[in-house]
Design a protein around this ligand. Sequence first.
Ligand code: GTR
Length: 397
Amino acid sequence: MLRKITLSIAILAGMASLADAQVYIDRFGNACNENEADVPEYTLPDPLAKKCGRKITTVKAWEKKRPSVLGIFEDEMYGHAPGRPEGLHFELACPDELIYDGKVLRRSVRICIDDNPEHSFVALIHLPADASAEHPVPMFEGINLFEDALTPGSPHSYRWPVEYICGEGFGLATVFHSSIEKDVDFTKVAGGVRDWYGPEYDWGAIAAWAWGLSRVLDYLETCPEIDATRVAVIGHSRGGKTALWAGATDSRFAMVCSNCSGCCGAAISRRVFGENFKSISQVFPYWFTPNFYKYADNENAFPADQHWLAALIAPRPLYIGSAIEDLWADPRGEWLTAVNAGPVYELYGKQGVSGREPELDVPDAEGTVAYRVRTGIHSLLTSDWYDYMDFAKKHLK
Ligand code: GTR
């Protein structure tokens, strides 16, 4: 691997001034800049700018513009997804069981799109065993990138610390992403939801995964022991991009947590730092609508930037988490998204991030938008959950 990582000791200021030349060459030979000094000059488009040049100053005017903002991301990045299928129904895939010394109830639910048994995927639901209709629990929900990650003792189980989450009074719903849509080019491997729906829709895999999360939420709404008005959608990396898009497209998600989501997630694209449009659209073309490819090497032509995506989540709580060594996901660009989504939150009388330069391992979480950059690499750690949980307890309890 040609990645040359230099860990600056002055890491904090370092978010602004990683001095050493760093370039990552992806497998298509694209050079991706990881040197702050080489970030090009750019002008961020203002989500509150009106066509006439004046500025949006009211919630009403923003909500009038909001569908067109959503439309930009549908048309140009993630693609259009169908709505809730008419034939949607749910079946228990196996009897509920109690795990973790009886403290956690585990349920496997088959989410069936229609009457074809192959058109279905399984969601795993974990609930505090004492969840009840009298005391319905709030939830976290997200796509799971490793099929075994919810198996106690698996090497990936640290990503979803079920016992901790349920011990805090929250439930957790996960779906293995590839059971909704394969994480490979569907023109080469069929059998995912985009294949079931056919070419009528131009959605990429991220939109398909987000759509799947909405269908799981449809199920959660049927459970009296779950409070479906308090569901936080969470995800790491491609799962973080998916969580942001799910939160943008489905306002039933009451909170969004994006962990190390990077390019086409929480990172400002115009910085062209770390993974960029050219690289992501060549390495992962099937994540996006084909219309997106024209922006390869042309981030400035995109009619929005990722803070507009974050703004689509307003006024709901949003937590953007980065890792300082995860230059590929551009921690500083993720922070700038949190900062620049702020004015839309302020329209609703909500506070964005403080605007202080990020301090390593210190959450900036007093507002409705939170940001934190932690020590370490690209990962969703159990310790990340502590910060997301604090935020969820503040906003969803
Ligand atoms: C990387 C990809 C990122 C991120 C990550 C992941 O290879 O370049 O955009 O999504 O995968 O999902 O783990």
